[in-house]
Design a binder for this molecule. Structure first.
Ligand code: SF4
Length: 360
């Protein structure tokens, strides 16, 4: 049954879970294999750089044969074949705004979505499914099916780079990055070093998790932070995000503020606007109370309605009015439409449709 295939999000992703899990290549295993094949640090870096940029081995001025040890050259074809088999693009769905939704098939037949955004952005997935179960999200409906390995996360970037340059990677696709922390942080480390993505252009997006806040401070690559707030009411947040860690909006903003000051990047507070739910006067007062003077920006994204969904999108006038009022009261607010929404709606819908599931 589906339930039996779910993985517990609170188990560290390094915990062995049998054969299937071991097959999901992780970057530190890839590095170990390269070293066992005789790679030194520079050889390792070159292999990882070429892979994360989707470049062939003989690209550039210096051909690897001139400085790779023979044992490494002998091992590389099978390692490269494994990397290439991690993920492939099953279908591409262009949007009118220049975005492209990519349905990515993994080696075991599972699928995730990546979205190429205008201006060099890429939104990647960190899990197949998600355990948080946000009421307004398709991905959360089946719970968590499995974690992505760190190599599968980087593979999404490599695949996207076959289509166009990628200079920004946001972890806002399927899944909750804080529930797959080891793999997401390993991918961020690679992307922020040999992957050539500026640290502030790596965006860790989370519903908020004390373990994630702790770990983000420690890495050599510190990504920017997006926090899914959605409401200033602790009670409503528990309803909308039923399995998010128990942190109140006050605690979330306090943790976000500490990270913003430490990293030097403003926090992006995410707010999905739901008509009659979180678009009222009391939320405006709550936002002013919580975010005044904070180093952050409020991104309001009107809900992307799907047929039969329990929520609807507020009118554009309502959304604009709310953003204007907040601006006048000193809160840096941006009103956005989610990219690619004319293709197949919000996260998880493309995958759901591909799998033949009913939407919703
Ligand atoms: Fe998970 Fe994000 Fe969907 Fe919530 S909105 S269920 S955290 S994928």
């Amino acid at each position: 049954s589906l339930a039996a295939r779910r993985e517990r999000p609170d188990v560290p992703s390094s915990t062995p879970r049998g054969h299937c899990h071991r097959q999901r290549m992780r970057i530190h295993e890839l590095k170990r294999r390269l070293r066992e094949a005789g790679a030194g640090p520079l050889h390792e870096q070159r292999v990882l750089r070429l892979w994360s940029h989707a470049l062939p081995r003989d690209s550039g001025r210096r051909r690897p044969e001139s400085f790779f040890p023979a044992s490494l050259l002998a091992a590389l074809p099978s390692i490269e074949a494994e990397l290439a088999a991690l993920a492939r693009i099953r279908s591409v769905h262009p949007g009118a705004d220049g975005s492209e939704r990519l349905l990515v098939a993994l080696a075991d037949g599972q699928t995730v979505e990546s979205v190429l955004l205008p201006r060099g952005g890429l939104c990647v997935s960190s899990q197949v499914g998600c355990a948080v179960g946000c009421r307004f999200c398709m991905t959360g409906r089946d719970g968590l099916l499995r974690q992505l390995g760190s190599a599968e996360i980087v593979a999404q970037v490599a695949l996207a780079r076959l289509r166009r340059p990628v200079s920004k990677v946001v972890f806002m696709g399927m899944g909750e990055p804080a529930h797959n922390l080891d793999n997401v942080l390993e991918a961020i480390d690679l992307l922020g070093t040999v992957g050539n993505i500026g640290h502030k252009n790596l965006v860790f997006s989370t519903v908020g998790d004390p373990r994630a806040f702790e770990r983000l401070h420690q890495g050599r690559v510190r990504p920017a932070l997006a926090l899914s707030l959605h409401t200033t009411s602790a009670r409503l947040r528990r309803e909308l995000l039923p399995r998010a860690p128990a942190m109140t909006p006050e605690e979330l903003v306090a943790a976000g503020e500490r990270y913003a000051r430490a990293s030097g990047y403003p926090v992006q507070y995410q707010w999905t606007l739901l008509e009659g739910v979180n678009d009222g006067e009391e939320e405006i007062e709550g936002i002013v109370r919580l975010l005044s003077g904070k180093y952050g920006v409020l991104n309001m994204i009107p809900f992307n309605a799907v047929d039969g969904a329990a929520f609807s999108r507020p009118s554009w006038e309502r959304c604009e009015g709310m953003a204007r009022t907040l601006h006048e009261r000193g809160i840096l607010t941006k009103l956005r439409y989610s990219a690619g929404q004319d293709v197949d709606g919000g996260c998880g819908q493309l995958r759901a449709r591909a799998a033949g599931m009913q939407i919703p």
